[in-house]
Design a binder for this molecule. Structure first.
Ligand code: IPM
Ligand code: MN
Length: 357
């Protein structure tokens, strides 16, 4: 089969990690007889430097014409002082909205080989965990009305959290469908003891739950969820939550896997086209040093094969290669907490994974 992939390398370590994932996809193409073509487009700070805009129209158009999008990361200190609307991060929100990618799947699991990197108490780590965070991606406070105004105490700023019933229904359905293919358990996370938007969230999730009597569904308040993730992560199968709560909790989930450098993500809408990116950022401190862990991006490419192209065997092959890589004791600099292994560079990791494929 033939697929056109738009590459948004972005900033910082983005180009290095995307190049690793491209090498892995090319190897998969050779091995399984597919043709992947890659077209690069600008996004983020590098787009600002070249065109003055974080998300040029050509990028949006290219992504809309592609079969799927692979993204590295955006942002860096060079662009930190720009006004909100011109920041690199705005491009990420913009491209998610333009492609109508309302679902963000963020799987977090503890690899057996990384148990010693898990910062949790050994008896908790021993239980392991394997969860799928389903984060709503195009609504809520990241997209709500915001501004500055004169208030009771002088200048003030505000952002608003707003969810329509429709937005909650469609993300809830994704969560239930996802749970059906896993351990049939959904935990919906909100702040319904305080927020009106969370009360609508909770009531709507309950309504949709009735369509899925085979799936267990419970609610959890977000502050409790933050505790439960470190106390008993094994209790989570599918987690469904709002844009902001999902952003925060997925970073927390990544830390208990050993490193944020391991977590892939898939952003999906109602078509097959998706956008795939590591959940970590552009790590400007190590950019260009061939040190970054490319595994999250490589695993994001595997998710692309699975969710956008229905190439499950091919996705399995990548995931198995990553497993074998870790089992063999290879480590990147972010995964060196507990061993004296010599950290591999980005290109060395890529070569090892290509060998294991
Ligand atoms: C993420 C990032 C983005 C988000 C930022 C950079 C806009 O933190 O993908 O988690 O909040 O979604
Ligand atoms: Mn984030």
């Amino acid at each position: 089969m033939e697929f056109n992939i738009a590459l948004l390398r972005g900033d910082g370590i983005g180009p290095e990690i995307v190049d690793s994932a491209v090498a892995v996809l090319e190897k998969i193409g050779e091995k399984f007889g597919h043709k992947f073509s890659f077209t690069p487009y600008l996004i983020g700070g590098s787009a600002i430097d070249a065109t003055g805009k974080p998300l040029p129209e050509e990028t949006v158009k290219g992504c809309l014409e592609s079969d799927s999008v692979l993204l590295g990361a955006v942002g860096g200190p060079k662009w930190d002082n720009l006004p909100g609307d011109c920041r690199p991060e705005k491009a990420l929100l913009g491209i998610r909205a333009a492609l109508e990618l309302f679902t963000n799947l963020r799987p977090a699991k503890l690899y057996k080989a990384l148990k010693d990197e898990c910062p949790l108490r050994p008896d908790i780590a021993a239980g392991g965990f394997d969860l799928m965070m389903v984060r709503e991606l195009t609504g809520g406070i990241y997209f709500g009305e915001r501004g500055r105004r004169e208030g009771k105490y002088g200048e003030e700023a505000y952002d608003t959290e707003c969810y329509s019933k429709m937005e909650i229904e469609r993300i809830a359905r994704v969560a239930f469908e996802t749970a059906r293919k896993r351990r049939k358990n959904v935990i919906s996370i909100d702040k319904a003891n305080v927020l009106e938007s969370s009360r609508l969230w909770r009531a709507t999730v309950h309504e949709i739950a009735k369509e899925y009597p085979d799936v267990d569904c419970t609610d959890m308040l977000v502050d409790n969820a933050a505790m439960q993730l470190v106390k008993n992560p094994g209790q989570f199968d599918v987690v469904v939550t709002s844009n902001m709560f999902g952003d925060i909790l997925s970073d927390e989930a990544s830390q208990i896997t050993g490193s944020i450098g391991m977590l892939p993500s898939a952003s999906l809408g109602s078509s097959k086209r998706g956008m795939y990116e590591p959940i970590h950022g552009s790590a400007p401190d190590i950019a260009g040093q061939n040190k970054a862990n490319p595994i999250a991006t490589i695993l994001s490419a595997a998710m692309m094969l699975r969710y956008s192209f229905d190439l499950d065997k091919e996705a399995d092959a990548i995931e198995t290669a990553v497993d074998s890589f870790l089992e063999a004791g290879y480590r990147t600099a972010d995964l060196i907490g507990s061993t004296d292994a010599k950290p591999l560079s980005t290109t060395e990791v890529t070569e090892k994974i290509l060998e294991l494929l």
